[in-house]
Write a protein that binds this ligand. Structure first.
Ligand code: DGY
Length: 426
């Protein structure tokens, strides 16, 4: 028995708060949306009941319009800012007012496949929830039908302080109605976290959307930050493929046709964001109309959900290799050496196990199993050397941010596939 698998399972036990898993103690004391989807895939390897619970508890936070919020505040905690009183949302269970990358349906398909046909009754309500959410994405975040979905807050990307937002976020005022009382820097070194100025802008956006009563149409009109985002859209497309597959299994032909329509539109839209001179896909800033050219991991995530021409896939892999050269741990979330690169600061350089997981799946899909294997091994070695840290400094390999991190534990199990029932999951 691999001792690290035992440790990974223990982390999920320690972070369990009653059917849902906090990302880590104190720093993130609630249920986070995409964290829980990754965690559910981890549980799917050895405890399908617990995996379903994770997703079911997340859906308790789903809004009537279909949005699944980025945080569900199941129980109070005073170790996190901003809490429910800052968000001022109206759902029965307190939640944040923004969303996060839609990994949910990817997890649901994997879970359904391991749980088998007898689990249909349990999968179906979650399938319905996912479909409602995907409709919300296209209605609320792509009202013009471009095929790319937009983020109105950097936190929605999950890559909070990525250099991808630097230009757009600089336009957001630092004034806030809500006093900014950070708690995160009491738990981890401030040099590993977003800057105070970023937080002021993050909270300015929360205040602005709360003033819209969290109405999606009003927010769309007023948003001072609006990015048609490539990583989120690529994840939505993969989740859309998995949802379409489930619709087929359940004989939901009308749903399947509707989802296929979303997927086709998005596939074409992502392809139109390919920039040969950068060897990456790019997001679009919907306020300035400009491409977001910042060199971040997001530009490679379309590997996950498109069957790319060999020319594009090869160019992406060559670029990824150039970024990874000489690093202890791949894959850096910012291109090493550029002005924005900070190898310890959260999303401005560090390597994250869950991003690697998405890239590994994408590299395999696009005919690059060797590059996938190299990245898989690099991720496993980083975790086995440093533990289940939130992320890793790619230069030194140091585990950074929160420790005992749930999604790093889930990623480890998934990437080693050594848990007892792992062999059944593909
Ligand atoms: C945080 O608080 O740092 C989270 O990433 C926001 O979701």
């Amino acid at each position: 028995m691999n001792v690290h698998i035992d440790q990974a399972k223990q982390i999920l036990v320690a972070n369990d708060r009653g059917g849902y898993t906090v990302p880590t103690d104190r720093l993130y004391p609630f249920q986070w949306n995409w964290d829980s989807a990754f965690v559910a895939m981890g549980f799917a390897l050895y405890d399908t009941d617990r995996a379903y619970r994770e997703l079911e508890r997340l859906v308790e936070g789903q809004w009537a319009d279909g949005m699944i919020p980025h945080i569900v505040f199941h129980q109070p905690s005073d170790t996190y800012f901003p809490g429910p009183s800052v968000w001022r949302t109206k759902h029965a269970v307190p939640t944040s007012g923004i969303t996060q990358p839609p990994v949910f349906a990817i997890a649901l398909r994997k879970l359904h496949e391991v749980a088998g046909r007898q689990a249909e009754a349990r999968t179906l309500p979650l399938y319905e929830a996912a479909l409602k959410w995907h409709r919300w994405w296209y209605r609320a975040r792509d009202p013009e039908g471009s095929g790319l979905v937009a983020l109105l807050h950097p936190w929605e990307s999950g890559s909070d302080n990525s250099p991808a937002w630097d230009i757009a976020l600089a336009r957001v005022p630092t004034t806030t109605d809500t006093p900014v009382v950070r708690k995160d820097t009491g738990h981890v070194n401030a040099e590993m976290r977003p800057r105070d100025e970023d937080y002021k802008r993050f909270i300015h956006l929360v205040d602005a959307y709360a003033a819209c009563g969290w109405d999606p149409a009003k927010q769309w009109k007023k948003a001072p930050f609006k990015i048609a985002e490539i990583q989120t859209t690529a994840i939505l497309l993969k989740a859309g493929e998995d949802l379409e597959h489930l619709a087929g299994l359940f004989g939901r032909t009308e749903d399947a046709a509707e989802i296929a329509g979303f997927n086709d539109r998005t596939r074409k839209a992502i392809l139109s964001q390919w920039r040969p001179k950068l060897s990456r896909f790019v997001s679009r800033d919907l306020i300035s109309g400009d491409d977001v050219e910042a060199a971040t991991q997001a530009g490679f995530i379309p590997l996950l959900s498109l069957d790319l021409d060999a020319g594009i896939a090869d160019a992406l892999v060559t670029e990824m290799k150039a970024w990874s050269k000489g690093l202890k741990v791949a894959f850096p979330t910012t291109k090493p050496g550029i002005a924005a690169w900070e190898p310890k600061r959260y999303w401005r350089g560090p390597a994250w196990a869950i991003i690697n997981w998405l890239l590994i799946d994408g590299l395999k899909r696009n005919g690059h199993p060797d590059a996938a294997e190299e990245l898989r091994k690099s991720t496993i070695t980083a975790i086995e050397t440093e533990g289940f840290a939130e992320y890793f400094d790619p230069v030194t390999g140091e585990g950074c941010g929160g420790l005992g991190f749930s999604w790093t534990a889930a990623a480890y199990m998934w990437l080693t596939k050594a848990a007892s029932t792992a062999a059944r999951v593909q």
